[in-house]
Design a protein around this ligand. Sequence first.
Ligand SMILES: O=C(O)CCC(=O)C(=O)O
Ligand SMILES: [Fe+2]
Length: 287
Amino acid sequence: MVAQGSNSILRPPPLKRFQLSKPTKESLEWANLIELDISRFDESPQARKELASTLLESLHNTGFLFIVNHGVDETTLSYEIPKNGSTDGRYSGFAPQSYRSSTIYENNVEHYNFSRFTSEIGDQQNPDFPTSLRPYLRDVEAMSKYIHKDLARRLFILIAIALDVEHTTFADMHIYEAKSDSFMRYMQYLPRTHRENEASQDLYLPGHADWGSLTFLFNQPISALQIKDQNNEWKWVKYIPNSIVVNVGIALSALTGGYLKPTIHRVVKPPKDQADAPRLSLLYFIR
Ligand SMILES: O=C(O)CCC(=O)C(=O)O
Ligand SMILES: [Fe+2]
């Protein structure tokens, strides 16, 4: 990544790179999810049709899939989140551990949210960005826009093709510039002691479905995300290097008459060989 602002007088020290762990050696019960090669979107009308039907089937059955060959380097934005700036972190800015401490489950989670980068009055980013973040903002903006305006758009068009409706039906409902709560989130799960894990029943984030339409999660080596499969059994989401995990939220499920599944998922204590490392989730929520 090239830090911006090299011509300016503002040269804060760079953010620390987030140290990615090695993948687990444990054999876990993995969820059976497909890998969609999204680069085939522009190959031919036939390829697009095939992608559309694979996508629809998996979002109907499991509500989750991996997209690969998506054009983003997964490590580009792997930084330690800054722990200062605004503490009003609900949709924009930093939320420390204490923000979630009302539940015994999420008290090891801290996050930093970025709203959409638009110039609408009353809908701007929190202007109180910590100085350390400013050199990275253009990259965060580029990444957010690429996911929303390009990757999600392709998926929305494929869903429309598969459902045999006007191709831009869903894409037009999720225009980046239109008012929405879409946002990017850095979410850091801090390791817990044995006693803390006992108190929270090994849960880092309780089972839930996402509210929005599509969630993009940069897959990373610490295994902790689980989804509830068709037999109501929890299965682990596998780490596939350079893949993005995509899942359906409640809004998109409603927009498709319940055809696409807003699958329940949760985050649990990682396996033993990863239990002592912090876990960084980089998410983009399309709402
Ligand atoms: O951290 C993860 O792997 C998933 C987080 C999640 O499900 C959420 O924030 O809605
Ligand atoms: Fe979620």
